[in-house]
Design a protein. Structure first.
Length: 275
C-alpha cells in the first residue's frame, strides 16, 4: 500500500496516466523515504511482534504512531509438542508466522512443504489434528502439551522457527509457544510506548505485541509529491543527474533535492531514531 495514492501523484505531477515509469519513480521515492526514516507511514496491523523485556512498565514499539493494541503477552509457554520421525530427512523445520504454520521436510522420502493456514485451523486442537494427518506420508507427529490449551486460538502462537530433524524416531519433541496475556490496563503513551500496570519481565524475545501502527502526515505526503515530480520531470527531459542546462537564452537549474534543507528537516523530524 502506497503512502501517497496514485491519484494524488497524478494530480501533483499533472499527468493523466499512471504509467509503469511513473509508478517506478513513485515507489522508488517512497522506499527512499522509508529507508531514511526507518518508518513505514502506512497504517498496518502487526501480529505477535516480539520484543526483549527490560524490566520497566513501558515498552517502545517499532511502528509508530501506535493507534491500537489488541494483545500483549509475556513469558511464552509450551502449548504444542511436535517432532518429525523420518530418519532419512536432511532437515525438518516448522515455521510459524502471522498467517501460516509451515512444515518443511528437506530430503528423503518425505521431502515436502505443507502449509497449514491459521485462518483455517483456528484452534490449537484443530491444528494438531491437521499436523497428525501428515504423519504417514511426511513423518509429522504433534500433541497438545496440556489439554487446557485445546481451544486456544492458533493466531496467538508466537512467530518462530524450530528444527525438528530426527535421526532416530524416538528423538524428543520440540515446542510451539504462546504467551500469557498481561493483566490489567494497557495504555498507549504519546503514540510511541505501551504501558502496563506492572512490569515487563526481563528476557530475550519474551514479549509479544499485536497492534496497529504507522500513519502518514502532511509533511511526508508533500515531500513525496515534490520528489516524485522532480525526478519525473528530469526523466521526461532525459536529464537525470543533470543540475543545469542552457539552450540559447533559456537556462534551467534543477534543485539538488538531496541537499534541500526542507527535505532534510522533514526527514529529521520523522526519523524513528529522532522520536
Amino acid at each position: 500500500m502506497s503512502i501517497v495514492s496514485s491519484a494524488n501523484i497524478l494530480s501533483y505531477t499533472g499527468e493523466s496516466t499512471y504509467s509503469t515509469a511513473l509508478q517506478m519513480v513513485h515507489e522508488g521515492v517512497e522506499q527512499m523515504i522509508v529507508d531514511m526514516t526507518d518508518r513505514t507511514f502506512v497504517s498496518t496491523t502487526y501480529s505477535n511482534e516480539l520484543y526483549d523485556g527490560e524490566g520497566g512498565s513501558r515498552l517502545r514499539l517499532k511502528h509508530l504512531p501506535i493507534t491500537a493494541v489488541s494483545r500483549v503477552s509475556i513469558d511464552p509457554e509450551e502449548v504444542i509438542q511436535i517432532k518429525n520421525t523420518l530418519t532419512d530427512a536432511t532437515t525438518a523445520m516448522v515455521t510459524v508466522d502471522a498467517t501460516n504454520v509451515t512444515l518443511t521436510v528437506d530430503g528423503g522420502a518425505g521431502n515436502s512443504t505443507s502449509t497449514l493456514a491459521i485462518g483455517t485451523y483456528t484452534t490449537l486442537s484443530s491444528l494438531v489434528t491437521a499436523i497428525n494427518a501428515l504423519s504417514s506420508a511426511y513423518g509429522w507427529s504433534a500433541s497438545i502439551y496440556n489439554t487446557i490449551y485445546n481451544d486456544k486460538k492458533t493466531n496467538k502462537l508466537i512467530p518462530q522457527q524450530i528444527d525438528c530433524t530426527s535421526f532416530e524416531s524416538t528423538e524428543s519433541y520440540q515446542y510451539l509457544l504462546m504467551g500469557e496475556p498481561v493483566d490489567g490496563r494497557i495504555k498507549i503513551i504519546d503514540g510511541i510506548w505501551i504501558e502496563i500496570d506492572g512490569y515487563f519481565p526481563r528476557g530475550s524475545q519474551n514479549i509479544a505485541v499485536s497492534y496497529t501502527g504507522g500513519a502518514s502526515n502532511a509533511s511526508i505526503s508533500m515531500l513525496i509529491g515534490i520528489l516524485v515530480k522532480a525526478v519525473w520531470t528530469n526523466h521526461q527531459n532525459d536529464s537525470e543527474g543533470l543540475k543545469s542546462y542552457q539552450v540559447g537564452d533559456i537556462s534551467m537549474v534543477y534543485a539538488d533535492m538531496q541537499n534541500s534543507q526542507m527535505m532534510m528537516d522533514i526527514i529529521a523530524n520523522n526519523r524513528l531514531t529522532a522520536i
